[in-house]
Design a protein around this ligand. Structure first.
Ligand SMILES: NC(=O)c1ccc[n+]([C@@H]2O[C@H](COP(=O)([O-])OP(=O)(O)OC[C@H]3O[C@@H](n4cnc5c(N)ncnc54)[C@H](O)[C@@H]3O)[C@@H](O)[C@H]2O)c1
Length: 282
């Protein structure tokens, strides 16, 4: 992808302290974009911004929890103060937790929906307002997940939130078309990041992933970044409302393949010995 396409463009990336967000910010920065980074991990995201500036990328970071409307408003005001505009938004920050349905507490359900769905709504709302105010025909890419498209197991709250993000993005693509603002989604399969390290480092799981993903393995943040750059940038000028799986050809990973011949509660430990069933500790 040619560098000239990105020169002068300002892209806000959320969840940029780690994983997919960080990788995408680095990739867009290398293509010549100016990047604003938002993350609730203020120190980590500030260190990422420093690294990017050292590589010659115009970059600022903003520590904000995307579930906090006021903090988001201040952060977006900060982006406008620093860069004067926002041409693109990668609304990517999210929280994945895996837990058997009957063990999901109301607190955890609310947290997962709040971070993934409501937090995305708050950021997108502020950015769209800015784009409309400044008359910018912007581009938005959100991070869905294959779990929001196909049933798996142990992700009832996360899958519901991501299905919501996908519906939200597709809905907006209709409504924002009249502003010439495009909205698309990437739906990653398995990406090796801090969030998935606890799964991928387990030999049984890493072997399973290599066996069932047609392209042979999980991907790295750069693989998502390349798809995001396409959907955010001018080369996809006539694409809106698309959901692009970036999943190596397998959108339905059976993390814990349930044996349905035996009625009763699944014995998760027996289904995938040694594997924990939760992601980030809440
Ligand atoms: N890694 C995968 O296999 C995978 C697969 C499908 C979808 N996804 C999605 O991709 C996105 C990135 O995932 P990742 O693997 O890079 O995760 P990650 O945990 O490595 O990074 C997520 C980043 O989001 C930030 N964040 C979390 N909650 C936040 C909040 N309330 N406000 C602001 N920032 C917040 C975190 O601090 C972190 O820096 C997420 O939306 C995730 O659901 C990941």
């Amino acid at each position: 992808m040619s560098e000239g396409l990105w020169t002068g463009r300002v892209v806000l990336v959320t969840g940029a302290a780690r994983g997919v967000g960080r990788g995408t910010a680095e990739y867009l920065g290398r293509l010549g974009a100016s990047v604003a980074l938002l993350d609730r991990r203020a120190d980590e995201v500030s260190a990422v911004a420093e690294e990017l500036r050292a590589q010659g990328v115009r970059c600022e970071s903003f520590g904000a929890d995307q579930t906090d409307d006021e903090a988001v408003e201040q952060a977006i005001a900060g982006v406008i103060g620093a860069f004067g505009r926002i041409d693109g938004l990668f609304a990517n920050a999210g929280l994945a937790v895996m837990r058997p349905f009957m063990e999901i507490s109301l607190k955890e359900w609310r947290k997962v929906i709040d971070v993934n769905l409501t937090g995305t709504f708050l950021v997108v709302r502020q950015v769209v307002q800015t784009m409309i105010d400044l008359g910018i025909p912007g581009s938005i890419v959100m991070t869905g997940s294959v779990s929001g498209m196909h049933p798996m197991n142990q992700t009832a709250h996360y899958a519901s939130a991501k299905a919501g993000v996908i519906a939200f993005g597709r809905e907006l693509s209709r409504e924002l078309g009249s502003y010439r603002i495009r909205v698309n989604l990437v739906s990653p399969g398995v990406v090796r990041t801090e969030a998935t390290e606890f799964l991928i480092t387990q030999p049984a799981i890493s072997t399973m992933l290599q066996q069932v993903i047609p392209l042979g393995s999980w991907c790295m943040p750069k693989d998502i970044a390349q798809a995001v750059a396409f959907l955010l940038g001018p080369q996809s000028a006539y694409i809106t409302g698309a959901v692009l799986p970036v999943a190596g050809g397998n959108e339905v990973i059976e993390w814990w393949p349930i044996d349905y011949s035996t009625p009763g509660p699944p014995d998760w430990e027996k289904l995938r010995p040694g594997s924990s069933t939760s992601g980030e500790t809440l």
